[in-house]
Design a protein around this ligand. Structure first.
Ligand code: BGC
Ligand code: ZN
Length: 364
């Protein structure tokens, strides 16, 4: 079958190649699920992998099949699979367990191992291919009503994990009634986090660097959030008017924003960090002030990396609810389709130079 792969460590090595089609018998105990891939979204992680800044091949291979934002249809299942059946629409999770305690209780996204396994990213092949096979544990059903936007579920699970963990951590407060939320970044993740926070009834301000007219600003406003262009009003100035924020979700991809966010967090507030920052940036911060405010205000800041199946399931429910509450909204995020695996180069090009791209994806 055809698959899109890179040679990790080699810049711009993305290419189409022939690989053996996987079989349900690759998984022992009759537990294999064969999925025909319908769509795969691409994001900055794929760009970094193709730039040789990130990613590693599975042991024994010198190539890595990329693609971690999957959507497909079950084609065949092993004799002992009862969780899904042929014809079901599904999305596969990305992380796979290592050996720590957390891995063994299904919290493989909370691993304390030094090595982590992620399909399409690190040490495991991904989904930008005609088929994949996996165990049902890692395969999440998507309601039929949601199939048009199912390819958004992986990034949605990133937003959900951050938010759900924030609420989990805030149980320390016995009662926590957050009102004001800020989302930093208005890309795919920022918009999905905005939607998920709106579904939970919060007032949301979404920050981005792009001036209007800007589709992403319109999309934030369509779910009832307020968009602020940080070139016109800084996060700090906007916070004086609209903050301080009880919950802040950092999704800009830039570590510098974290510290300005920390300065605008409400007492008892919580700041979610989700940007994977591969660089070596250094900066000067108001260390005493931030520290003092965190101490005197009982504030929390925590990191979150994607995601076990719980968050995919929550994401599937919220995506489905968004279809009712904000009809047509999620579909508008799917801005740039590329048709056919053989046209993979267009998808990479959109990641590098695309204007107005929210989500680029390959139809297979
Ligand atoms: C993926 C996550 C992954 C993270 C770190 C993101 O692009 O969506 O699934 O955990 O990269 O590798
Ligand atoms: Zn991703």
């Amino acid at each position: 079958m055809k698959a899109v792969a890179v040679i990790p460590g080699q810049k711009n090595s993305v290419h189409l190649r022939d690989v053996p089609k996987p079989s349900i018998d690759d998984i022992p105990g009759g537990r294999g699920v064969l999925v025909k891939v319908l769509r795969v979204g691409v994001d900055g992680t794929d760009r970094e992998i193709n730039n040789a800044e990130y990613g590693a091949p599975p042991a024994g291979d010198d190539f890595l099949i990329i693609g971690h934002e999957s959507f497909g249809i079950v084609e065949q299942v092993g004799a002992n699979v009862h969780e899904v059946k042929p014809g079901d629409f599904v999305v596969a999770t990305v992380r796979r367990p290592g050996g720590s305690l957390y891995d063994r209780i299904g919290q493989y996204d909370m691993t304390t191992d030094d090595v982590y396994y992620e399909r399409g990213i690190n040490l495991r092949h991904g989904y930008l291919a005609e088929y994949y096979v996996d165990e049902p544990e890692y395969i999440v059903r998507v309601p039929k009503s949601c199939s048009e936007v199912g390819v958004l579920l992986e990034p949605m699970s990133v937003a959900e994990k951050g938010i759900v963990q924030a609420f989990e951590i805030q149980r320390r407060l016995k009662v926590w009634r957050p009102r004001r939320a800020a989302v930093l970044g208005s890309g795919t993740l920022g918009l999905l986090a905005t939607m998920a926070l709106r579904l939970r009834g919060l007032d949301v301000v979404t920050f981005g660097r792009t001036p209007r007219p800007y589709v992403n600003a319109d999309l934030a406003e369509e779910v009832g959030a307020h968009y602020i262009n940080t070139a016109e009003q800084s996060l700090t100035d906007a916070s004086k008017e609209l903050g301080p924020f009880d919950i802040m979700f950092e999704a800009t991809g830039s570590s510098a924003v974290v510290f300005e966010a920390a300065e605008n967090l409400a007492k008892n507030g919580i700041l979610i960090l989700s940007s994977v920052t591969g660089g070596g940036k250094k900066l000067e911060i108001s260390a005493d002030k931030i520290n003092l405010d965190f101490v005197l205000g009982n504030k929390v800041m925590f990191g979150t990396v994607n995601a076990n199946r719980d968050y995919f399931e929550i994401g599937a429910r919220d995506l489905t609810q968004s279809l009712a509450d904000y009809p047509g909204w999620a579909k508008k995020l799917l801005t740039h389709p590329v048709n056919g695996l053989e046209n993979f180069a267009q998808a990479i090009d959109l990641l590098n130079n695309g204007k107005g791209v929210i989500k680029a994806f390959v139809n297979i």
